[in-house]
Design a protein around this ligand. Structure first.
Ligand code: TMO
Length: 327
């Protein structure tokens, strides 16, 4: 911190008890913050995204930026960014949001802020003991052959596929239709409802197939596998002629090695150039993201506490990003 900023912070501290957020920067980069307006960071309904958003918000605050968190629907967020209602997105999952992001980008107003190191997969998943009930897994045809074993009262005689909240928009019903499967989708109301059903099924060793993804805390707690659907290919989600069903889209699985992207409002680079540069630099690994989820879903921390804990444990990861902004 320069002398003049230090004395300004002390003065403010003296008159208001504690320093104002914007002047309490622990990393001094000349000219930052370029605007005192809060950077609006949207949060969704799964743990890693909320924790990661707070991690990045805390890093912005270390630089002296003001930050606000805005709970936002995970599909609608791409339009919200285009309009500048919120300023960035930390987790664009290719399987779930690739199409929404690409559509928004084509309209203008949202930019690609680079990929995380992480490789992602979002897919139907079952705990390991289900293999004994349903031989031939992870092949989707084997799953379908024993669909009735997954039946619930509201789906019988069809099997129940427990999907995530509807805003995750996974097109599971379209896939079931395109592949002519004997399953019905039941959507969980929240991520924690998914995990509660998994825990309960696991205790009874009851057959269950549900939506899951990686990186997630699940791999640290349960053994299990993703279902293998016909391999994803370009065109599966848009071109009915693609794949084994010639008249329907979604006759494939999600990409097994999807990207995880950051995105930003296209005005961010002008309004907060250094924050935008930091956003571009930031890249998390599978392991780091799984840990963010674990701090909440296993260790029971609130998202903001989990972010602080994560930052405490990973200074060697983020300090170089901040140091790089001085040059
Ligand atoms: C977007 N999600 C990780 C919930 O699949």
């Amino acid at each position: 911190m320069t002398l003049s900023r230090l004395s300004a912070a002390l003065l403010l501290g003296a008159s208001f008890g504690l320093g104002g957020a914007a002047l309490a920067a622990d990393v001094d980069v000349p000219g930052v913050p370029e605007s005192e307006d809060a950077i609006a960071i949207p949060t969704h309904n799964w743990s890693s995204q909320i924790v990661m958003s707070h991690v990045v918000g805390d890093l912005f605050e270390k630089l002296g930026y003001n930050v606000e968190y805005t709970p936002t629907d995970s599909q609608a967020v791409y339009e919200a960014i285009r309009k500048g209602d919120v300023d960035l997105e930390m987790e664009v999952w290719e399987g779930a949001y690739g199409p929404a992001f690409e559509a928004a980008k084509a309209k203008g107003g949202i930019v690609d802020a680079g990929n995380h190191d992480a490789v992602t997969r979002e897919e139907w998943w079952y705990p390991e003991y289900v293999k004994d009930v349903c031989p031939g897994l992870p092949d989707w045809k084997a799953l379908n052959a024993c669909a009735e074993k997954f039946a619930a009262p509201e789906t019988a005689p069809k099997g129940r596929f427990l999907g995530g909240p509807v805003d995750w928009l996974k097109h599971d019903a379209e896939r079931i239709e395109a592949l002519d499967m004997d399953f019905s989708v039941v959507n969980a109301g929240s991520a924690s409802a998914l995990w509660a059903e998994l825990a309960s099924a696991e205790k009874r060793k009851a057959p269950i197939v549900l939506f899951n993804w990686t990186p997630n805390f699940i791999e640290a707690v349960y053994k299990g596998e993703f279902v293998e659907f016909p391999a994803y290919g370009e065109g599966c989600k848009t071109d009915p002629a693609w794949g084994e069903n010639k008249t329907e889209t979604y006759d494939c699985g999600n990409p097994p090695d999807g990207y995880l992207k950051k995105a930003a409002w296209d005005g961010m680079e002008k309004k907060w150039p250094v924050a935008f540069k930091l956003l571009q630099e930031i890249s998390f690994t599978n392991e780091q993201i799984a840990k963010m989820a674990e701090l909440v879903d296993v260790e029971g921390l609130e998202a903001d506490e989990a972010a602080e804990e994560w930052l405490d444990q990973n200074e060697a990861v983020w300090q170089p990003w901040l140091d790089g902004l001085r040059s």
